[in-house]
Design a protein around this ligand. Structure first.
Ligand code: IMP
Ligand code: MG
Length: 333
C-alpha cells in the first residue's frame, strides 16, 4: 500500500503553541493510519486534552490517545528511561501503549549526553537538559547509538508508512537548527519539510497546519526575548493568565506581544496552508491587543480589529495560506 497523503502540524514560532490540541482535533475528525514524530526527543512537552482530562507527553506522538499507531521517526532522539516511563503512564491512563513504535534508525540519548548537556549547555543556552544536542552531535559524528541496538525488539518498527499520515511537529520554526536564532536553537529540523525524513516523498504532503499564539512566548535563553520583558507588568500578567510555564522544565516562559513580521516569514518558508492561532481566549480576557509589524508596535482597540489586521496581512503576503483560524481553549478547531 502506498502513502495517500501526509498532513503536517508544525509550530510557526518558538514552540508551545498548542500542536497537541490541533493534532487531537485533526485525528478525531479524519481517519489517519499513522501519527508520527519526525524530530526532537523528550525536550518537547505536549499537552493533550481528551474527554475533559489533561494528558502530558514528551516523546510519544499523540495518536496513541486516539488508538492510532504512533511512530517515533528516524530523525528523533530517544531516551530509553523516558520512553519506557511514558509508555507506562499511557498504559496507566487506560490507552494501548503497544501502538507506539520507534524507527530502528532513531538515535539514543545516553546518560553521558544528559550530563554533558547539563554541564556545558544548560546555563549558556537555556536547554532543557535532556541531552538533545550531545545526542545529535554524536549522530552527525557517526558515533551514535541506534534505537535498534538499544531498545527491546517489540518497540522497533522497521516498515514503510502507508495510507494517510499525520506528522506531529515538535519545538518550533525559530528553534530550527537552520532557521532559528543560532545558537539559541534546538538541534533538529523543526520545519515541516523535516517530516519527509519519516520516509514521505515531498509531493505527498497535502496540508501544513501552522500553529502560533496571539502573543509570543519563549522558553529558555534567547537575545530576541530579553529577560527584562519579565518585568513588564502587562506581559507578566498575560503570562499569568495564559499559565505560561514549560511543560518539560516548569520554567516561566518569557512573553512578548505577537510578532507579525516573524510569523509571516515563518509562514512563507514553511509553506503553511492553514494557520491556527491559539490562546485567543486569554488575550480577549486580558483585553489589550498589540502586535509588532514592520518592527513597530501597533495597538488595536478591539479584538476584531486585531484579528482582521492579521488576516489581511497574511492575505497580502501571497503565501499558500487558505485558512486562518483563531481559537480559544475550549473551542473546536
Ligand atoms: P534543547 O532542545 O533542550 O537543546 O533546548 C534548546 C532550546 O530550545 C532551549 O531554548 C529550549 O528552551 C528550547 N526548546 C526545546 N524544546 C522545546 C519545546 O518543546 N518547547 C519550547 N521550547 C523548547
Ligand atoms: Mg510543547
Amino acid at each position: 500500500m502506498n502513502i495517500e497523503y501526509a498532513d503536517v502540524v508544525a509550530d510557526l514560532s518558538w514552540g508551545d503553541t498548542g500542536k497537541g490540541k490541533v493534532t487531537s482535533a485533526l485525528v478525531s475528525k479524519s481517519k489517519y493510519d499513522f501519527v508520527c514524530r519526525w524530530a526532537g526527543g523528550n525536550n518537547a512537552g505536549h499537552t493533550v486534552f481528551l474527554n475533559g482530562k489533561k494528558y502530558k507527553t514528551h516523546l510519544v506522538p499523540s495518536g496513541v490517545f486516539h488508538g492510532i499507531p504512533s511512530i517515533i521517526g528516524p530523525g528523533c532522539v530517544v531516551n530509553r528511561e523516558a520512553l519506557l516511563s511514558e509508555l507506562e503512564y499511557i498504559k496507566e491512563c487506560g490507552f494501548d501503549s503497544s501502538l507506539v513504535k520507534v524507527s530502528p534508525r532513531a538515535h539514543m540519548v545516553t546518560d553521558a549526553h544528559i550530563s554533558k548537556d547539563k554541564r556545558k549547555l544548560a546555563k549558556k543556552l537555556g536547554t532543557t537538559s535532556k541531552g538533545i544536542a550531545p545526542s545529535y552531535a554524536d549522530k552527525m559524528a557517526r558515533v551514535g547509538v541506534l534505537a535498534k541496538d538499544a531498545l527491546p525488539a517489540e518497540l522497533i518498527w522497521d516498515e514503510v508508512l502507508y495510507g494517510k499520515i499525520l506528522c506531529e511537529g515538535a519545538q518550533g520554526f525559530y528553534l530550527d537548527i537552520d532557521h532559528g536564532n543560532y545558537p539559541y536553537v534546538t538541534s533538529s529540523t523543526t520545519l515541516p519539510y523535516g517530516a519527509c525524513s519519516l520516509g514521505i516523498p515531498p509531493q505527498k504532503i497535502r496540508k501544513i497546519y501552522g500553529t502560533c499564539k496571539v502573543y509570543d512566548t519563549r522558553s529558555g535563553v534567547d537575545p530576541l526575548f530579553p529577560t527584562s520583558l519579565l518585568d513588564d507588568p502587562d506581559l507578566s500578567m498575560l503570562g499569568d493568565l495564559g499559565e505560561e510555564y514549560g511543560v518539560t522544565t516548569g520554567r516561566r516562559r518569557i512573553v512578548n506581544w505577537f510578532n507579525l513580521d516573524m510569523m509571516l516569514n515563518a509562514v512563507k518558508i514553511s509553506g503553511a496552508t492553514d494557520i491556527i492561532f491559539n490562546k485567543a481566549d486569554i488575550l480577549k480576557k486580558f483585553g489589550k491587543y498589540k502586535l509588532f509589524h514592520d518592527n513597530k508596535l501597533k495597538e488595536f482597540n478591539r479584538w476584531d480589529d486585531f484579528t482582521s489586521y492579521i488576516s489581511e496581512q497574511i492575505g497580502e503576503s501571497r503565501s499558500l495560506v487558505n485558512n486562518v483560524h483563531f481559537s480559544g481553549h475550549s473551542e473546536r478547531i
